[in-house]
Design a protein around this ligand. Sequence first.
Ligand SMILES: [Zn+2]
Length: 262
Amino acid sequence: MRDNASRSSSPPDSAKLIHGFDDVQGVSVNSLPLYADDSHLTEFDATVVKAGPRFVVLDRTAFYPDSGGQPSDIGILRHSGGVALVSKAVKRGLEIFHYLDADIPVGTAVHGVVDWPTRNWNMRRHSAEHLVTGLIEALVEPPKVFSDLEKLEYQPSSLTAEMVKDVGRRFDEIVDEDALVRIYYEDRAKINASGDPRKISFLQKIPRSVNRLRIVDIGPYASTFCFGTHVKSTSEIGHLAELHLEDAKKGKKVVHFRLKIA
Ligand SMILES: [Zn+2]
């Protein structure tokens, strides 16, 4: 399990690059991740299977937990005894803990509502990060060493401002093209046998115990292992408001981007 509190650290860390590979290995019967099959699901019914002071674990949930550089969802859990605010969801082991402003006992039936504006904004930026990554990879640049919702770091890198400007132009064209996002699972052995050097090199950073990988393709423009939530097609991402290259210390190059709000 990754420690997302240390996400701002800059050393290369494959766990931060391959979002959520640990989640693919398995999920507890206690926390069926509804968001994995439907990233646009905002309401669901569930039962509290574990509870403590100001937290619950549900048998199923649409709340995406803080993971892989994508922030947690927020929202509410309605039940016969009232309404609890969900301030954060966190994956601990194979379970997803929902942190609340009230207690809810084990066995309670709840109706969860995920705050859509927050999820959508996170999902748009996260999907955009995949697309920027793919477009930079297509320039045959060394892989990024770190990324967050709105920035990607490269070291070493021969990126120039002109190249990044061109990436921005392509990004907006692909948004207009409304390319489909495809999500599927593949066995480790099959990826190893594929001969795709990029994916095989990614695989080497993933624990050997992980046998099935969740793959996210954005049209033909980006492909990566990821368990996050994503838009269905690129028009949902929206256009860039800003994209620029920062020359940081020791040869590091940082690509910053910002999406238009609407
Ligand atoms: Zn992703």
